[in-house]
Ligand binder design. Structure first.
Ligand code: G6P
Length: 605
């Protein structure tokens, strides 16, 4: 979703800002723009479409020592040149870039119009430029603070004032802002991805905090103008991790990083003495673990489906009732919050607004919530305060792959630890620790079969609809599989519990309706085979993804994977489905990393 970059320092800001926007492209956007100050005053260049379009229209001679830039994902007003950021005041003195949504913008637009201000766009964000410009405060920071006191909603902003070229002011509420500290230069961004090429030293702003930055430093303060003290931290990322390397796109790269990602997620967390897991970040004692009576997992999209994988594992291994729920629904149904329940907020980005809002609702009602998050220092990680980091590394493709796998692995660790403080025996613990140990090797083996999976996927590129079915352990795998296919190929894919097929959707089975059947080698194997027979009898093509030996001739195509411990099978069964969707979408020539209408991290409602 929207991306922000700012720069002040001795270098020419223009190429640096454009490169920063390029690094943020993965978040999803529909227009882009930059504003810089030079001797000729404020220069703004913006356009609908890609950063590459912007590059083409930025004058080659444009140079400046400070500037701001933005990629916009339309919320208020269609994606066109006028609505693209930066927005300015009428005198073109102030320029702003804004992420988030201003809820009282209609009111503020009406007031400004009544005062004779001509608004140039249909956006909520533009009001900020006018409010800041109309302030009589003597410093830019105070003017920004004054304007922010008038708005309701969420924001991450950077403000540029043509009268004060060496200075930028940033602020955040609900939308991330990170400062990059360089050598006699400062950067600002909504995501470290835009910064790591230039500096590894960063400062994360907190909600309701402002920063004034200049080439030689920064000053941070609260909305009440109290100075705050921030300690720079070092990000453990290099710009290589944001580069494609030899891969055609990020989804391919990230699918292939899964062995290493799972290794990192498991590192130091398997307790081979007690055959349990060691999750120190949760900060609960064994006694507190024992007091948990229920586990509720919350997330959106793939994070929700990973939650469903985790709920299954927790119920099986720890015998604690567990269920997953879309975080996007949670706060609107006035949920009953129970003090014996452990709530788990799951999010790759740690910035998904719906999940963050669920965390706020939980905390407001006194619930105990931990985070299962990939991005360290993200809003959800910080709001939860404790939890499990996924250590998947940066994920740029909109379609979650390695983050989904690591969410499932982290939840397996949680299930194991919850189980071992209860009734899960040492022998069972040993079997599962071994099963977790085997995962990276199994993933490698699956990735090694990419060509075979690709050739199967290509055969289904003409399908208009597809079913994904699974039973119990296979059901969330089917849901995530269907989600992947929809997201990147635009083929209509629906997931069903295998057992539900005969209660309605079987009517749709014919030779033009392929079904992907997720078939774990478990005690439900014969039931799954019966369902496949029913589909086959009606002429439906079947692609089975399985770690079992299926009777020959049963299915049209089979993707065979290494046999996993049954409770962990969901983790490995998901991986071939990523490759299946990837190659199917590739055959159709889709823009794999930037599927239409979607954003990597949805930071608005
Ligand atoms: C967006 C993405 C999905 C993702 C979901 C949750 O909708 O398009 O792929 O699963 O957000 O993202 P999170 O960062 O919270 O895991």
């Amino acid at each position: 979703m929207c991306g922000i970059v700012g720069y002040v320092g001795p270098q020419n800001a223009v190429p640096l800002l454009l490169e920063g926007l390029h690094q943020l492209e993965y978040r999803g956007y529909d227009s882009a723009g930059i504003a810089v100050t030079d001797s000729g005053g404020l220069q703004v260049v913006k356009t609908a479409g890609k950063v590459s379009n912007l590059r083409k229209i930025v004058p080659a001679a444009l140079a400046a020592s400070s500037g701001i830039a933005h990629t916009r994902w339309a919320t208020h007003g269609e994606p066109n040149d006028r609505n693209a950021h930066p927005h300015t005041d009428e005198r073109r003195r102030i320029a702003i870039v804004h992420n988030g949504v201003l809820e009282n913008s209609e009111q503020l637009r009406a007031q400004l119009t009544a005062d004779g201000v001509q608004l140039a766009s249909e956006t909520d964000s533009e009001v900020l430029a006018h409010l800041i410009s109309r302030s009589e405060a003597t410093t830019l920071e105070d003017a920004v603070r004054e304007a922010l006191h008038q708005v309701e909603g969420t924001y991450g902003i950077i403000v540029l004032d043509a009268d004060r070229p060496g200075e930028l002011v940033a602020a955040r509420r609900g939308s991330p802002i990170v400062l990059g500290v360089g050598d006699q230069e400062m950067l600002i961004a909504s995501d470290v991805a835009a910064l790591v090429r230039y500096t590894q030293t960063v400062i994360y702003l907190d909600d309701d905090e402002l920063a004034t930055v200049s080439a030689d430093g920064y000053h941070t303060s609260t909305m009440d103008a109290e100075s705050t003290t921030k300690f720079p931290t070092s990000v453990d990322l290099t710009s290589d991790e944001y580069e494609l390397g030899s891969h055609p796109d990020f989804m391919h790269k990230e699918i292939h990083e899964q062995r290493a990602a799972v290794d990192r997620c498991l590192r130091g967390r398997l307790d081979r003495r007690f055959m349990s897991a060691r999750l120190d970040g949760i900060g609960l004692s064994p006694r507190e673990y024992q007091q948990i009576r229920r586990v509720k997992l919350l997330g959106c999209g793939s994070a929700y489906y990973a939650g469903q994988v985790g709920a299954g594992m927790i119920e099986e291994l720890a015998r604690i009732p567990a269920d997953a729920e879309p975080a996007s629904e949670f706060r609107y149904r006035n949920p009953v919050i129970d003090s014996d329940t452990l709530y788990v907020a799951i999010s790759q980005s740690g910035e998904t607004l719906d999940t963050l809002a669920a965390v706020h609702e939980l905390k407001r009602k006194g619930g105990r919530v931990i985070g299962l998050v990939n991005v360290v220092s993200s809003s959800i990680a910080r709001e939860c305060g404790s939890g499990i980091f996924l250590h998947a590394g940066p994920e740029a493709s909109v379609a979650a792959t390695k983050s989904f796998t690591n969410m499932s692995v982290a939840l397996a660790l949680l299930a194991l630890e919850l189980g071992r403080v209860r009734d899960l025996s040492l022998a069972e613990g040993r079997r599962l620790v071994q099963g977790l140990d085997d995962l990276p090797g199994h993933i490698d083996e699956i990735l090694g079969a990419e060509e075979e999976i690709a050739s199967i996927a290509k055969r289904y590129a003409n399908a208009e609809h597809m079913f994904f079915i699974g039973r119990v352990r296979g059901w969330p795998v089917a849901r995530e599989g269907a989600q992947k296919l929809k997201e990147i190929s635009y083929i209509h894919a629906e997931a069903y519990q295998s057992s539900e097929l005969k209660h309605g959707p079987l009517a749709l089975i014919d030779p033009n309706m392929p079904t992907v059947a997720v078939v774990p080698d478990d005690e439900l194997l014969s039931k799954n085979i019966s369902t496949i027979e029913e589909i086959k009898a009606r002429g439906g093509p079947i692609i089975a993804v399985t770690d079992a030996d299926l009777p020959s001739g049963l299915v049209t195509d089979v993707i065979r994977i290494p046999r996993a411990q049954p409770e962990l099978a969901a983790i490995t069964l998901s991986v071939p489905l990523q490759l299946f969707s990837y190659h199917l979408a590739k055959t159709l020539g889709r823009d794999i990393d930037r599927p239409r209408n979607l954003a990597k991290s949805v930071t608005v409602e």
